[in-house]
Design a binder for this molecule. Sequence first.
Ligand SMILES: Cc1ncc(C[n+]2csc(CCOP(=O)(O)OP(=O)(O)O)c2C)c(N)n1
Length: 619
Amino acid sequence: MILEKINKPNDIHDIALADFPTLAGEIRQFLVKSVSKTGGHLASNLGAVELTIALHNVLDFPQDKLIWDVGHQAYTHKILTGRKEEFATLRREGGLSGFPKRKESDCDAFDTGHSSNSISAALGYVRARDLLGQKHHVVAVIGDGALTGGMAYEALNNAAVLKTNFIIVLNDNNMSISKNVGGMSMYLSALRTAQAYTGMKLSVTKSLEKIPRIGIPLVDTVRRTKSSIKQLFIPGMLFEDMGLTYLGPADGHDMRQMMKLFNEAKRVDGPVVVHVITRKGRGYLPASTDPEKFHGVGPFDVATGKPLEKKKGPSCTEVFADTMVELGRENPRLVAITAAMPDGTGLDKFRKAFPERFFDVGIAEEHAVTFAAGLALGGLKPVVAVYSSFLQRSVDQILHDVCMQKLPVVFAIDRAGLVGADGETHQGCFDLSYLSMMPDMTVMAPKNGWELKEMLRFAAEYEGPCAIRYPKGCACEEFTEFQAPLVYGKSEVLEQGEEVAVLAVGSMMKTGELVCDGLKEKGICPTLVNVRFVKPLDEELLNDLPEKHNLIVTVEENVKSGGFGEHVAAYMQERHPGCRVLPIAIGDRFVEHGSVESLRARIGLSPESILRAIEEYGV
Ligand SMILES: Cc1ncc(C[n+]2csc(CCOP(=O)(O)OP(=O)(O)O)c2C)c(N)n1
C-alpha cells in the first residue's frame, strides 16, 4: 500500500510519480470506507483527490499556505498531512473535524465552513508575506459553486492589482450542491467545452506567430479584440481582462497535467487562476451518478450506496416543503428563493410545482435577501429559505433592505439551533440574537410540525418582515393535543402552575417539559409555556407571571447574548424587579462538532443540567 507511506506532511514528496495513480485509488477507497461509517461530505472529496495530490506535490507544508473554500473537500489534504488514523473519529465529539481547523494541524491555514471567502483570506496571507519579506506560496482552492458568492468577486477585484505570486485554483465540477447556476457557471461551461480545442488553440496561435512580420502583431490584435473570436484563441479572457493570468482548463484527474500548470503558476509574478475540471463523486458509482445525494451523507452501505440509518418521522424541512406547495397553490404571488440549497431547504418541491416562481440565486445569501426585498416591493410575497448559520451573511441586508422598509419578506430559517456533526461553522445559534435586535422584525419558533405549518400560513399573510426558525431533523411529533390558534405576539401556556415558570423556545419545548417533570418530582408545580413569538415579547404573559411565580426560567437553543432570555430578563428587571429570571442558553462560546444530544449536555442545555442550574440558582 502506497498510502501506508503517508504518515506526516510532505511524505508525498518521497512517493514516485508513477505511484500517484495507485495512491489516488487507495485514498478513494479509504474515503468511501471511512465516510460510509462516520458520514460526511463524500462527493466533493472524491472529486478532489488528484487535485490535492498534485497540489501537495508542488507545495511544502506548513510553509506554503493552502486555503480550501468551504473546506468540505479537504479530506485528502487531512490524509496527506498525517491525519489518516483519526478518520474513524470524523465529525464525532472530540474527533477530527469535517472542515479545516488550524488547531488540528499547522497545515490548515484557515478555518472554513462558509463559502466564498477563500480568496480574501489567501490574499491577506499574500500581502502579509510580501510585507514581511517572506517567500512561500499561497494557494486558494475555490469551487465553481463557491465562485457564485459575492465575496469571491470582491477578492478577485482586489487581487487583480497584485504584482506578486498568488495562485487561485478553480475546482470546477459544474456542481454546487445541486447543479450550479448563473452567468459565471455558463461562462465556465463555455471554457470547459473549449477544453478539447485547447491544443488546437495553442497550435493556431503558434502557427499564426510564425507568419513573418504580421504573425505576432496579428496574435496581439486577436488578444485585444473585443469579440468572441478572441475566446477561441485565449481561454479565460474574463480573468485575463481583469488582470489575472488564466491557466487551463486542465483535466483535474490528470496529475501530471495539473502539476505542470501549478509549477507554471508558481513562476507568475501576479495572481493566477488555474482552472481544473473535476468530476464530483469520481470513482464511486453511487456518488458519481447522484453527486447531490452524496454531497453530505450519513453512514451508508458501500455496496449499494443506501443509507444505513432509518428515517424516523417527517423533518421540519419536509413540513416546510409541503406547506410551501400548499401556500403556492393558494397564493399565485408567493415566490421562493434559495441560495444554492434547493434540496437542503426542501424548496425543490416548490420548484417542481411552480418553476417560474422559484429562484436559486447561487451561494449568495446577501443578494438573496435584497433580491427578496425587490420582489416584495414589486408586488410579490417572497419566502427566503435558508440555513440559520448561512443567514449570518445577510445581517445588513435584512436590517437595511428589509426591516428598515418594513417589507413583507418571510425568512424560513432551517437548521436553527445545534446541528451537530458539521460543528461550529454550521451551528445555528445566533439567529435569535441578530434578528431580535432589528426593529419591525417578527421572530417565531414552532414547538412541532403542526405549529411550523401554522406559522408559515400566518407568515404568508403577515405584512411585515417575519422569521420562523426551526431545527434540523425530525419535526417534533409531540404536544399534538395543544393546538391553540396562533395569535400575533402571544405565547401558548401548556401547563398552568406556580412558583417556577419555564418558557421554552421552539426546539427546546421537549426539554422544557422534562425540566417541569423534574421540578414536579421535587414538589414544585411549574408553569410550562410555549413561547411561539420570540419577538415581540408576550408582555401580557410576562406581566401576569410575577403574581404566582418567583422564578422565570427561559430555555432556548441560541447564544445567551441578545437571545430571548436576555430580553425577558431586561423586561422583568424594568417592570417587575422582584421577579427573578434565569436565562438558559448557549454561553459565550462556539460549539464544536458532536451529536446534538451530547453537545446539549456538555453546554448546559440538557434537562439534567437545567435542573441543576435551577437548584443552584434557588427557587
Ligand atoms: C455561505 C454558505 N452558504 C451555503 C453553504 C452550503 N454549501 C456547502 S458546499 C456548497 C456547494 C459548494 O460548491 P462548490 O464550491 O462548487 O464545491 P463542490 O461541492 O462542488 O466541490 C454549499 C452551497 C455554505 N457552506 N456556505
